[in-house]
Design a protein around this ligand. Structure first.
Ligand SMILES: Cc1cc2nc3c(=O)[nH]c(=O)nc-3n(C[C@H](O)[C@H](O)[C@H](O)COP(=O)(O)OP(=O)(O)OC[C@H]3O[C@@H](n4cnc5c(N)ncnc54)[C@H](O)[C@@H]3O)c2cc1C
Length: 425
């Protein structure tokens, strides 16, 4: 049933991604990470054209629109691991390509005309990136649940005026801002009710008047991926950019998306693997008390622990991805996806911490990669796909089979919201 052998095609993508990470990403990773100005850390200007030439940038786009036609999540995880072995922050293009594909090929959220108009543009323009915007200064984790109080959720409003939506407010922490040409943006189309009745999804071209980039966030890690604010000031977005019904709500949108959060989980494994490999080499070379430190049990056993954690996480994540790829045979299993992702994020922090311990004084020097990999993994623990806490809260409700409606004092969510709503966005 579960074949552990990669197909020839998967082997080809894996090698392509690994060679690219080794030759094009790793060599520029530290220098970009060390830029004081966060707006100078982004890898995009350096890599998008090259990614395009080798066929990686559009790997997810269906062949009928000129892309690589990679549909399965498992291959994306394999590629994500390799790219993140080069640099964790250099995976933004992958999520850009999978998300635009999943959104614009959705039967419910998109139309054939939208796909025909935008996917070829994406393929033909090597600088084309997208982003997805949920988070705002006043609403972070609650967007992951859904919390359905009128007081919570998106404050960015999109009020219908003639044939346009007039958009106002601020999103923050958003990946790819400054490079994204389209921003899939969650907005409040009815601010008088909770997000399950009053939120909608708009695909917003970022060059419309009234849209600007605010502050670029200066992050601990994942610095090669640019995160910034988006400011909407009376931006008029034509109503043809509405995705799905107006006021359809967050659960509805999530339910009709194919998830891609496991790509981030595989990315964590890639960065942790880089730290493990460097630790093995270092432990074989560094001699203390007359022998390589790998032969001191404190260090040798730590290497085994790192190896074990990596294997366990990879097997879990790849299995969860394979299960999603077999969606026509298995029912959705959100706790599987969410816990595999949470586990991979946790072990990546464990493994990079152990790598620092093995490298000791050298591990904390900024000219080495070790402390960078540690920062990159920890950065994502709290933020990737809503952060580990929210993944676990969602997995918990999903395991319980309901969103906590039976406890009115808890009151986090709308009655009857779909616990199985997907893991993307
Ligand atoms: C590198 C990076 C990339 C990002 N990319 C994007 C992006 O592309 N698009 C986008 O929309 N957002 C993005 N984000 C935002 C990210 O999704 C949020 O940071 C995340 O959802 C957490 O929100 P918050 O930071 O406001 O934390 P808060 O919501 O303020 O949470 C603070 C703490 O309280 C906990 N907490 C909050 N509510 C609950 C609850 N009900 N039950 C239990 N614990 C709770 C949280 O787990 C957390 O530990 C990104 C963030 C970063 C750092």
């Amino acid at each position: 049933m579960f074949d552990y052998t990669l197909t020839e095609e998967q082997e080809r993508w894996k090698k392509l991604a690994h060679d690219f990470a080794r030759d094009e990403i790793r060599p520029i990773s530290l220098e970009l990470d060390h830029q004081e100005d966060p707006a100078k850390c982004a890898y995009m200007p350096h890599l998008l054209d090259k990614l395009d030439k080798v066929g990686l940038r559009c790997m997810s786009i269906p062949k009928e629109y000129g892309g690589g036609g990679v549909d399965d999540l498992l291959t994306h995880c394999i590629v994500g691991e390799e790219i993140s072995w080069g640099d964790r922050g250099a995976t933004g293009w992958m999520l850009s390509s999978t998300k635009i594909t999943h959104l614009l090929t959705s039967d419910v959220l998109s139309t054939k005309e939208m796909a025909e108009e935008w996917l070829p543009q994406y393929v033909n323009d090597p600088t084309f990136m997208i982003g997805t915007a949920t988070t705002e200064p006043e609403s972070g984790s609650e967007n992951q649940l859904p919390y359905n109080g009128v007081d919570g959720g998106y404050r960015v409003t999109a009020i219908k005026d003639g044939d346009d939506y007039v958009v106002n407010g601020k999103k923050h922490f958003i990946s790819n801002v400054g490079y994204a040409k389209l921003m899939f943006t969650f907005v409040r189309t009815n601010p008088n009710v909770g997000v399950e009745e009053g939120a909608s999804l708009l695909m917003i071209p970022m060059d419309l008047p009234g849209i600007s980039m605010g502050k670029v966030h200066n992050k601990l890690g994942y610095r090669l991926n640019q995160n910034a604010e988006i400011i909407f000031e009376n931006a008029r977005v034509p109503s043809k950019f509405l995705m799905g019904p107006e006021n359809c709500g967050v659960s509805y949108i999530r339910k009709h998306l194919r998830g891609d959060a496991l790509i981030n989980a595989a990315g964590q494994i890639g960065t942790a693997r880089a730290a493990y490999e460097a630790s093995v080499e270092f432990a074989k070379e560094r001699v203390q008390s007359g022998r390589p430190i790998a032969e001191h049990q404190t260090i040798g056993v730590k290497l085994v622990d790192m190896y074990t954690k990596l294997q366990a996480a990879r097997n879990f994540v790849y299995y969860a991805a394979w299960r999603q790829d077999m969606r026509h045979e298995f029912p959705p299993d959100p706790p599987m996806t969410l816990s595999a992702s949470a586990f991979a994020h946790e072990i990546s922090c464990d493994v990079t911490r152990m790598a620092m311990e093995i490298h000791a004084g050298r591990g904390v020097q900024r000219e080495n990669f070790i402390e960078k990999w540690f920062r990159d993994c920890h950065n994502m623990l709290f933020s990737s796909d809503g952060g580990n806490n929210m993944k676990k809260v969602r997995a918990m409700y999903s395991l319980l089979g309901h969103w906590g409606e039976s406890d009115p004092s808890h009151n986090p969510v709308v009655k009857g919201a779909d616990v199985s709503a997907g893991d993307g966005l």
